[in-house]
Design a protein around this ligand. Structure first.
Ligand code: TPP
Length: 660
């Protein structure tokens, strides 16, 4: 990590600097810079570990203030991370971080201080964990609620003698709202798997956490006797085999709550320890030692504060969950380049307001989000119609079937889910929505490349996995005005509909005052030209328009430009006419080339001899980095597309052009 010394962090005393001070890599972080492996933590004193925590916090704030990233979650786990690495022997002991967004501290302790300044930058270290990045990254998930299942598998392999070491899953209370977490608990509890689950309870998902369990945890957190419980618990820990043994030490007021929380896990076959203060390194270490000795499933319930140690992140956990670059002193967003005009609204914002407008007109409209209230623009619906808006937790599968239930009773549910997370709902979309023919609308945000979050988050597959489903209408607007019309259209249809749109700002076109329905399955010819037909789907239509200009400049001939609007039902008749009337048909989409819009066009043309050039994402996982950079790298820019088309025109010997 390079850069200037951060003096602005002085409100948080640095503690004593002592450990193998090497006037070295980064003078701001002498302890971190001196680490040769996380095992060094085993030999450190309590005071040294506290000082290390301070350095980690400063390193995280310093880097994320410049790169943006998951600030609050990683600040909240600093002490927990130190406790884990000072008791465990990673990677022999397997630490599995759910989502991986809270593991910046783990990165710092496992040899990545040096590259930490490149966090989330193209070619730099990932914002999540990544198996290729470090042997300490046991897996590289970015989707929530998987850690217990991973750990159950790891523990089972260990039980079969395949390997030695403990398996520890760290899961947030938000991620614990996802069904897979319970599937993991259920199996591990029955098997008696020797694994430890650390429940990192900070009361927050991205927004405030939701659900019945979260309410229980909230009551535990709000109870003034909690600290006392922890102290009693710590005193009792060495004497008790499980949670129940410490009951006598707990004051009556907190006892019931404590038992309620513990009872859930105990019923599933886990020993429950907690709640304990997750910022107390020694307390967490003691609890860990207890569980590691047990050789059975255990849960340690730790309470932490999201954003801990950085006041702006503690004050606004939601905004600082995924922080954009900020000024350290104030926590305010770093100034963007000045622009005279008002910013163009994002597709997300336009969708959010359009949904409210539809809900004003039609009382049957309800909004559903899976823990992405602001991310999907659903906060506007929640503010206007709280009784008709549902945050179901990190549970895309459940969100979909819940929508089915409401649709059966005559409601018009709109599920706003990111493309990448909707992958989780594939089976319910087939089985519960489409086969039942229910009018559920999917508003698929973040279709296409998302940028810094990288391969676990790009929305590259939704067209492919949706367009094969019978009875589903699948569409994509070319701009934000068409998104409003498409939502209006979808809510007037009898069956299921999916609308995909990209991350970021729209094209800046005016939003219609009153939306108009769109004819189903009808593409729109934007410009009639000759020689080449450029057919764009969604974001691809804008690319087609811009590419056409460049092609016209280069060749002197204006291509035909089409906004496809639908991939299902595809305007197959128009595609065939275009094929007959042009020398080259070009399909453009920000989606995996394989199985996407271009594939649908090829299928429609079937026996046509027309040359088709498909532009889309290549058959590999695209790395993380700024979205513009990734679009450039994958050839999804007007310049790249125009150059390919001009090359293809000059080489008519190639009958079918589908390579990237
Ligand atoms: C399947 C899935 N849906 C949504 C998300 C987006 N997401 C990332 S982190 C997060 C909240 C996680 O909350 P929690 O587990 O409590 O961790 P915290 O950030 O509070 O530490 C969500 C909803 C995701 N990663 N995976």
């Amino acid at each position: 990590m390079g850069g200037t010394i951060v003096t602005s962090l002085s409100p948080w005393p640095r503690g004593v600097h002592y450990y193998r001070i090497m006037a070295v890599l980064d003078p701001r972080f002498p302890i971190l810079a001196g680490l040769t492996s996380p095992h060094d933590l085993h030999r450190m004193s309590d005071a040294q570990l506290e000082a290390l925590a301070q350095e980690m916090r400063e390193a995280i704030i310093d880097t994320v203030s410049r790169t943006g990233g998951h600030l609050g979650a990683s600040l909240g786990t600093v002490e927990l991370t130190i406790a884990l690495h000072s008791e465990l022997e990673s990677p022999r002991d397997r630490i599995v971080w759910d989502v991986g967004h809270q593991a910046y501290g783990h990165k710092l302790l496992t040899g990545r201080l040096d590259g930490f300044g490149t966090l989330r930058q193209h070619g730099g270290i990932s914002g999540f964990l990544r198996r290729e990045e470090s042997e300490h990254d046991i897996m590289g998930a970015g989707h929530a609620s998987t850690s217990i299942s991973y750990a159950a598998g790891l523990a089972e392999a260990q039980r079969h003698g395949r390997r030695e070491g403990h398996a520890v899953a760290v899961i947030g209370d938000g991620a614990l709202t996802g069904g897979m977490a319970y599937e993991g608990l259920n199996q591990a509890g029955a098997l008696g798997s020797p694994l430890t689950v650390i429940l990192n309870d900070n009361g927050m998902s991205i927004s405030e956490n939701v659900g019945a369990l979260s309410k229980l945890f909230q009551r535990v957190r709000a109870d003034p006797g909690l600290t006392r419980v922890r102290e009693e618990l710590e005193r009792g820990l060495s004497r008790v085999p499980g949670a129940s043994g410490v009951g006598g030490h707990i004051r009556d007021a907190t006892k019931a709550l404590w038992f309620e929380t513990g009872a859930l896990f105990e019923a599933l076959g886990f020993t429950y320890i907690g709640p304990i203060d997750g910022h107390d390194i020694e307390g967490v270490r003691r609890a860990l030692r207890t569980t590691l000795d047990k050789d059975r499933p255990c849960v340690i319930h730790v309470m932490t504060v999201k954003g801990r140690g950085y006041p702006p992140a503690e004050a606004d956990g939601e905004a600082m969950h995924g922080a954009t670059p900020f000024v350290i002193e104030s926590g305010k967003a770093a100034a963007k380049k000045a622009s005279a005009s008002t910013p163009i609204p994002t597709y997300t914002e336009v969708f959010g307001h359009a949904l409210v407008a539809e809900a004003e007109r039609d009382p049957r409209v309800v909004g559903i989000t899976a823990a992405m209230l602001k991310g999907t623009g659903m906060q506007h619906m929640m503010a206007r119609f709280p009784e008709r808006t549902y945050d179901v937790g990190i549970a895309e599968q459940h969100a979909t079937v819940f929508a089915c239930g409401m649709a059966i009773e005559g409601y018009r549910p709109v599920c706003a889910i990111y493309s990448t997370f909707l992958q989780r709902a594939f089976d319910p979309i087939v089985h519960d929505v489409a086969i039942q023919g229910l009018p559920v609308v999917f508003a698929i945000d973040r279709g296409g490349l998302v940028g810094d979050d990288g391969p676990t988050h790009h929305g590259a597959f939704d067209i492919a996995y949706l367009r094969s489903i019978p009875g589903l209408t699948v569409m994509a607007p070319m701009d934000e005005a068409e998104l409003v019309d498409m939502l209006h259209t979808a809510l007037r249809m009898d069956g299921p509909v999916a609308i995909r749109y990209p991350r970021g700002a729209g094209l800046g076109v005016p939003i219609p005052e009153r939306p108009e329905p769109i004819e189903i399955g009808r593409a729109e010819v934007l410009e009639l030209g000759e020689g080449v037909a450029l057919v764009g789907y969604g974001y691809g239509a804008g690319l087609a328009q811009a590419s056409a200009e460049l092609i016209a400049q280069a060749t002197g001939v204006r291509p035909t430009v089409v906004n496809a609007r639908f991939v299902k039902p595809l305007d197959a008749a128009l595609m065939r006419r275009l094929a007959q009337g042009h020398d080259l048909l070009v399909t453009i989409e920000d989606h995996a080339q394989m199985g996407g819009f271009g594939s649908a066009v090829l299928e429609a043309l079937d026996d046509s001899p027309t040359r088709v050039l498909r532009v889309g994402l290549p058959d590999r996982f695209v790395d993380h980095g700024k979205r513009e950079l990734l679009l450039e790298e994958t050839g999804l820019t007007p310049e790249h597309i125009a150059a390919r088309v001009v090359r293809a025109i000059g080489d008519p010997s190639r009958v079918l052009l589908t390579e990237s």
